[in-house]
Design a protein around this ligand. Structure first.
Ligand code: NAP
Ligand code: ZN
Ligand code: ZN
Length: 352
């Protein structure tokens, strides 16, 4: 056993506090990872506020994890000590069901999430806000050399959560894609859709994001979503809308008419509020209203390879893990550019 050190939540809506625990021993299929970087997802913030209502305290969030392998189990041949690797949103599944056997294991009914979840042995999982994690190597991704650790981290949730549905529903060159909300997920959605050849429109509540969205993220159009008349002008324009908004339900009666016949409205943002809608606009244009959950381990590897090949990386603000509560407060205020990644201090070499 070794000690993992970092930060944990001890109760709802309270700051994260310094925390350490003994990690499990390394079993034959496991690897132990010295975590160097971890992205901060809005899901972490939803959890800190207990908005999903099933918290297991103490809770160590963090599911955009990058680090180096420091120990390998006796049956592991795919990885060796020193390899730079990533761990995303889940660390175990049944391995046998129809979803596990078809590279859709994120939908396995017996999934173990990277944190705030129970392992098959009954113990609680702790994520990347602590500096060591021990996981089955089948849930570990290889990081391409040309992506830095801070830029790789958000690809393991924000990146794959957008890549997976775009691949599944077939976003391709010439499609018109609207991204709702320009945060961690949304800005990856813009970059990925542009790289896939789509014509991309951002719907945002933040006028200060316009210039960069067009110039740096290479979106083709930017619409202030509070300007309802501007939004309405885009009636019948889109092959896909992708909702990444975290904070509120959206007006579906405003957005559904923007879609074309046989188009798809994809939901990945998890607003704590319920949505309401009129069904008829879906019926008359055969519009699919769908949700999508992260991506499989295989999708994550594909996302990493796609991003490596197409020079798609997130824009990140890197902070030391000691400033985790500042990052959370800023994320809550929508003051992040566009993803926080926290960095653990380098490990202190052992003196014999
Ligand atoms: P984020 O960085 O905070 O971005 C969310 C964006 O939504 C904000 O930047 C803002 O964009 C917009 N927004 C926030 N509150 C709003 C409000 N009240 N009204 C309208 N727009 C609002 O969050 P994130 O990390 O990208 O995560 C986004 C959501 O996806 C969260 O709910 C998260 O839990 C969920 N998520 C889902 C999955 C999945 O598997 N489906 C995976 C990861 C995360 P503008 O400033 O541009 O308006
Ligand atoms: Zn996430
Ligand atoms: Zn399964």
């Amino acid at each position: 056993m070794s000690t993992a050190t970092g930060f944990a939540s001890l109760s709802s809506n309270t700051p994260l506090v310094p925390f350490s625990y003994n990690t499990q021993g390394v079993l034959e299929n496991d690897v132990a990872i010295r975590v160097t970087h971890c992205g901060i997802c809005h899901s972490d913030l939803h959890h800190l506020k207990n908005e999903f209502g099933h918290n297991l305290w103490p809770m160590v969030p963090g599911h955009e994890i990058i680090g180096h392998i420091v120990e390998v189990g006796s049956s592991v041949t795919k990885f060796k000590v020193g390899d730079r690797v990533g761990v995303g949103c889940y660390i175990n599944t049944c391995g046998k069901c129809e979803y596990c056997s078809t590279k859709r294991s994120q939908y396995c009914g017996r999934i173990t999430l990277t944190y705030n979840s129970k392992k098959p042995d009954g113990s609680t999982t702790y994520g990347g806000y602590c500096d060591r994690i021990v996981v089955d190597h089948n849930y570990v991704n290889t990081i391409p050399e040309n992506i830095s650790s801070e830029e790789a981290a958000p690809l393991l949730c924000a990146g794959v959560t957008l890549y997976s549905p775009m691949k599944h529903w077939g976003v391709k060159s010439g499609h018109r894609v609207g991204i709702l909300g320009l945060g961690g997920l949304g800005h990856m959605g813009v970059k990925l859709a542009v790289a896939m050849g789509a014509e991309v429109t951002v719907f945002s509540t933040s006028p200060n994001k316009k210039e960069e969205a067009l110039r740096v993220l290479k979106a083709h159009h930017f619409v202030l979503s509070n300007d309802v008349e501007e939004v309405k002008k885009l009636r019948g324009s889109f092959d896909f809308l992708i909702n990444t908004i975290s904070g509120a339900a959206i007006n579906l009666d405003l957005y559904i008419p923007l879609l074309k016949t046989d188009s798809t409205f994809i939901f990945v943002g998890v607003s704590p509020e319920a949505h309401s809608l009129h069904i008829a606009p879906l019926i008359v244009k055969r519009i699919a209203l769908v949700g999508s959950l992260i991506g499989s381990v295989e999708d994550s590897q594909e996302t990493l390879e796609f991003c490596s090949k197409n020079n798609v990386v997130p824009m990140v603000e890197v902070l030391p893990i000691s400033e985790i509560n500042t990052a959370m407060e800023r994320l809550e205020r929508n003051d992040v550019h566009y993803r926080f990644v926290v960095k653990h201090p380098p490990s202190v070499p052992k003196v014999n």
